[in-house]
Design a protein around this ligand. Structure first.
Ligand SMILES: Cc1cc2nc3c(=O)[nH]c(=O)nc-3n(C[C@H](O)[C@H](O)[C@H](O)COP(=O)(O)OP(=O)(O)OC[C@H]3O[C@@H](n4cnc5c(N)ncnc54)[C@H](O)[C@@H]3O)c2cc1C
Length: 396
């Protein structure tokens, strides 16, 4: 009998298990991951940015967990010898109509308590990034880069070293409830007093095993990247972001210098036809139909179909992708880009319409479901872990 079973070996599940172990070393913890290795999905396919907490609604779970998670992450990296670089980033307005949005974002950063970030004129932007073209912008010194796969694997290593059990290559298929819980996997059955669901792209499916009328569905949005050719990497010193569309939870295609080397451009945001569909050709008809038939998604699609088609077009046309990037760096040419990888975001969509903006944690009697943990959940992982651990331990 385990005290707590965590489903999902991504950065959120691992951080949660680690935080429980830290405060309650005697608890018997099991973590189950369906892949043969940890961190194979969102955690292993993201931009690797340590977010500062700039964008999020003050007081929201995203804002509070990102800011606390940021400090916990840096401390963790220092203690465990994981390299990171607080290189800072610039946010750039390239059109007049973006200037009020830039100002709103600047104010939000101040509300979220970011110190030392400053407005930049057209000329000052070039001091940070000589090849950028913009009307105005600002610099966020706190932002950094790290390899989240390394971070997650270290969480896993510490969890196992201190007595946690990690089962790889086992898919959870059911949860049965009696006086305790029985977690059924593709290989075995485990008895547990409590379950924490951190299954990312399948977190709604796991939640539905114990929640009758779940009002959210995970809609998968693929984010595709291009890489800058080695000889063009000089065009980007650090991180260059556009002003995001406030209607969407995504940040717009940007340039990121990666902790593991190289410069990436992206990610866009296109509906994935399969939850773990990393390629345009990946289609799972039943998963696609589920997304399309979800009333909340239909409302989002009806409202934002133009943006959606634009993203789709950019996904198929490298020239269109390059054109979007040229707004930030006019010198970039289609030829300077080579195809990069892709990640798929697990974005919760509510039944009555709307992409869920904040992190969403749903509590049942003996189950805690993390049902929306998109960006900046990698930055925030140790803080989300603390939050979920507290909720879970109260139930034991
Ligand atoms: C393109 C992209 C860019 C991003 N950029 C950033 C960034 O720069 N900074 C940042 O902070 N965040 C970023 N994010 C967000 C961040 O990567 C995620 O929020 C974070 O990785 C979520 O972690 P997770 O553990 O919840 O999910 P995941 O890493 O997806 O882990 C969930 C795990 O659950 C497992 N699982 C699912 N179903 C089952 C089952 N039935 N049984 C057993 N196991 C199961 C999966 O195999 C998976 O390993 C980005 C995300 C994407 C996709």
């Amino acid at each position: 009998m385990f005290d707590i079973t965590v489903i999902g070996g991504g950065i959120v599940g691992l951080a949660t298990a680690l935080q429980i172990q830290k405060t309650n070393p005697a608890r018997r913890i099991l973590l189950i991951e369906k892949e043969n290795e940890l961190a194979q999905h969102q955690t292993g396919n993201n931009s690797g940015v340590i977010h500062s907490g700039l964008y999020y609604k003050p007081g929201s779970l995203k804002a509070t967990n990102c800011i606390r998670g940021y400090h916990l992450l840096l401390e963790f990296c220092q203690q465990n010898g994981i390299p990171y670089d607080l290189c800072g980033k610039i946010v750039v307005a390239t059109e007049e109509k973006e200037l009020p949005l830039l100002q709103n974002l600047f104010e939000r950063g101040k509300q979220n308590g970011l110190a030392g970030f400053k407005k930049l004129s057209k000329e000052q932007l070039k001091e940070h990034e000589p090849h950028v073209a913009g009307l105005e912008g600002f610099f966020v010194p706190q932002t950094g880069i790290v390899d989240y796969t390394k971070v997650a694997l270290k969480y896993g290593e510490l969890l196992a070293r201190n007595g946690g059990t990690i089962k790889l290559g086992e898919r959870v298929t059911d949860i049965r409830q009696s006086d305790h819980l029985e977690v059924i996997t593709s290989k075995s059955n485990y008895q547990s007093r409590l379950v924490i669901n951190c299954a990312g792209l399948y977190s709604d499916k796991i939640a539905r095993l114990t929640v009758k009328n779940l009002n959210v569905k995970i809609i998968p949005f693929r984010g595709e990247y291009y890489k800058l050719k080695k000889e063009k990497e000089y065009l980007v010193k650090n991180l260059i972001y556009p002003v995001p569309d406030p209607n969407f939870p995504f940040l717009g295609v940007h340039f990121t210098r990666m902790a593991k080397g190289g410069v990436e451009a992206g990610p866009n945001a296109v509906l994935a036809f399969q939850r773990e569909g990393y390629k345009k050709t990946d289609i799972n008809l039943s998963e696609l139909t589920e997304s399309l038939l979800w009333p909340g998604f239909q409302k989002v699609a009806a409202k934002y179909w133009k943006t959606g088609f634009g993203e789709m077009y950019r996904s198929f046309s490298k020239a269109a992708f390059a054109k979007a990037l040229q707004k930030l760096i006019p010198e970039i040419k289609e030829d300077d880009l080579t195809e990069g990888g892709a990640g798929v975001r697990a974005q919760a969509c509510s039944r009555d319409g709307g992409l869920v903006d904040d992190f969403l944690i749903l509590e049942e009697k003996y189950v805690v479901n993390v049902c929306n943990a998109p960006s900046p959940a990698a930055t925030s992982s140790l803080a989300i872990g603390e939050t979920v651990a507290k909720l879970a331990l109260k139930k034991l």
